[in-house]
Design a protein around this ligand. Sequence first.
Ligand SMILES: Cc1cc2nc3c(=O)[nH]c(=O)nc-3n(C[C@H](O)[C@H](O)[C@H](O)COP(=O)(O)O)c2cc1C
Length: 206
Amino acid sequence: MTTSVTAANPIKRAPATDGVLDIFLDRWSPRSFTDRSVSAEDLKRIFEAARWSPSSSNEQPWRFIVGIKGTDTFDKIVSTLGGFNQAWAHKAPVLLLGVARKHFVKNDAPNHYALFDLGQATAAITLEAAALGIATHQMGGFDHDIARKALGIPEEFAIGSVMAIGYVGDPSALPESYAKSETSPRSRKPLDEVALSAWDEPLKLD
Ligand SMILES: Cc1cc2nc3c(=O)[nH]c(=O)nc-3n(C[C@H](O)[C@H](O)[C@H](O)COP(=O)(O)O)c2cc1C
């Protein structure tokens, strides 16, 4: 098993919380990517991790449309991005769009967990990639209609997020307005705001 997190960055590492796996603390979402491509072997491993995610009724509603730089699919995904994202994401070697089937195959009933399950599989991608020293950055800033049309996504599939995958680049390669966030610490809500023993009552853990 690979345990090294080569994307680790001391500024981006979450403050130590006893026992939390390094992979959660070190994963972060950069905007500066190098030219280095991601090997087919690593991509296979990343998507295998997604494939083994849990899902409601084991429906596995997710599909990932993967664009490798230089392909039509890559260019089409870039064309869907809002200007803010397009400015940096076009440099990543891989861009993908995650989508999820809205109805169960077995009975055509609505799958209210389709996007939830896609989110879990997407999280698996981010963590498996991090274990390989590969960075990911998800994006909601893209045009769903353009994406559906350009990539031929059937109406039956709900649109999830776009993700850039690659190797962390130097912040100085980005315009100044983007570079700052590359070197700022990550922030999160306090634990007692999100883990509750009753509504509005923090779960007491100390
Ligand atoms: C569904 C989703 C949509 C996001 N959309 C964007 C986006 O459009 N552009 C962007 O630069 N970052 C986007 N992000 C990245 C978040 O801003 C980032 O994950 C968050 O600030 C936490 O930072 P970290 O991942 O480095 O811990 C998105 C993340 C998620 C999960």
